[in-house]
Ligand binder design. Structure first.
Ligand code: RFL
Ligand code: PHB
Length: 396
């Protein structure tokens, strides 16, 4: 027999990724009590190499959460990026095209670490390695969340549950099929990523369409690079030695960059599938979905983490005004408000993906259309400005 303990909190947050940790800090700063439940260990969460590009909104939220100091010191401000289409290189001046907006290069790992530290300093409770997390009665007035830790079952009674547990979490799965509608596109390829302690090949990110497939040159700092190449969706990671990766990357980058590429041993190598996904609505009674639990974008537009930030901004404001003013409008409007921005980011990420990848089933007509799309985008200032304003992030 296992014993069962029960505690109470105002908002139970499931998932200690960027969404859950950011929400916990914003609520804590407003005097709202939270408990965060995370299935993995803290080290495991920090070991996942993911996003690297922060929109202004995400950077501002991190500061608001009291966790922005290191990003302000160490983050790299990027005023532009490069698109390369079969060797044709075009710089996109984000700052000039948007009237001053830029992005910040700062790894999700570092951002997560900063949020974990801020939560620790604030004395907030995060339960790591919480197994069998289960949601009870989300549509009723007294929702609960149970979990198992060290062989003991625990239960949390709460006012609200924030489902910040990513694409494979329990939160979305706890909403009945009769309530939830999902929209999905799975792309017929993946991204093979490599992280190395080598200087980045260029000062700005380079998104390259090559006849062998897409490649991206990104970075985490002046001394740490992050590269991706498009691969088959069922690619075997074991078959990709570092040398094979570097050779393939060199083939796909513009010649001058390939010649300048500095290679070194990989610190991490992984394959990510590409998918577009949206669940609607984002609320079921007292359960709210945010971040990857609610939506997935292919990484081409660098929107996933940033979209999590806008969800959390809307949700935290709604919860704060509920507790401060007993106002329910924010909670009632959360799903529609967040989804409006989500669909814009979905469109942009889908469009960037279609523009820059090699599709195995593409016809000669499709190939010409992809080229025409590139020409249309780079020849027109209006089209470039549209790309730039989406890349730096739509306002929220
Ligand atoms: P996360 O980060 O997946 O965190 C969810 C957390 O919930 C935990 N969890 C559970 N906890 C308790 N009980 C359960 N049953 C649970 N099930 C899951 C998980 O262990 C995890 O810790 O979701 P969150 O917080 O919503 O954050 C979303 C971002 O992580 C994601 O959107 C980005 O990483 C996407 N992404 C990028 N986004 C950007 O904005 N810019 C980028 O440049 C960018 N590049 C990327 C990316 C994602 C990538 N991959 C691997 C998917 C590059 C890649 C390669
Ligand atoms: C990254 O650095 O991991 C990164 C950058 C831009 C993207 C996707 C991933 O579009």
């Amino acid at each position: 027999m296992t014993s069962r303990t029960q505690v109470r909190t105002q908002v139970c947050i499931i998932g200690a990724g960027p969404s859950g940790l950011l929400l916990s800090q914003l609520l804590h700063n407003a005097g709202i009590d939270t408990i965060v439940l995370e299935r993995q260990s803290g080290d495991y969460v920090l070991g996942r190499i993911r996003a690297g590009i922060l929109e202004q909104g995400m950077a501002d939220l991190l500061r608001q959460a009291g966790a922005g100091a290191r990003m302000d010191r160490e983050g790299l401000v990027h005023e532009g990026l490069e698109l390369c289409f079969y060797g044709d290189r075009r710089r996109v001046d984000l700052k000039e095209l948007t009237g001053g907006d830029v992005v910040t290069v700062y790894g999700q790992t570092e951002l997560t670490r900063d949020l974990m530290d801020a939560r620790k300093a604030a004395g907030g409770i995060t339960v790591y390695e919480a197994a069998n997390v289960a949601i009870h009665d989300p549509a009723g007035d007294h929702p609960r969340v149970s979990y198992v830790k060290d062989g003991k079952t625990h239960e949390i009674a709460c006012d609200f549950i924030a489902g910040c547990d990513g694409y494979h979490g329990v939160s979305r799965a706890s909403i009945p099929d009769s309530v939830l509608r999902t929209f999905e596109r799975v792309y017929p390829f993946g991204w093979l990523g490599l992280l190395s302690d080598t200087p980045p090949v260029a000062d700005e990110l380079v998104y390259a369409r090559h006849e062998r497939g897409f490649a991206l040159a990104s970075m985490r700092s002046q001394t740490r690079s992050r590269y991706y190449i498009q691969c088959a969706f069922d690619e075997n990671l074991k078959e990709w030695t570092d040398d094979r990766f570097w050779d393939e990357l060199r083939r796909r980058l513009p010649e001058e960059l390939a010649a300048a590429l500095v290679t070194g041993p990989s610190l991490e190598k992984s394959i990510a599938p590409l998918r577009s996904f949206v669940a609607e609505p984002l609320r079921h009674g007292r359960l709210f979905l945010a971040g990857d639990a609610a939506h997935i974008v292919p990484p081409t537009g660098a929107k996933g983490l940033n979209l999590a930030a806008s969800d959390i901004q809307y949700l935290s404001q709604a919860l704060i005004s509920f507790y401060r003013d007993k106002a329910e409008e924010g909670l009632d409007g959360y799903s529609a408000k967040a989804l409006a921005r989500i669909w814009q980011a979905e469109r942009f990420s889908w469009w960037m993906t279609m523009l820059l990848h090699r599709f195995p089933d593409s016809s000669p007509f499709d190939a010409r259309m992809q080229r025409a799309e590139f020409e249309n985008t780079t020849r027109s200032r209006h089209a470039l400005a549209n790309l730039a304003e989406n890349y730096v992030g739509l306002p929220y």
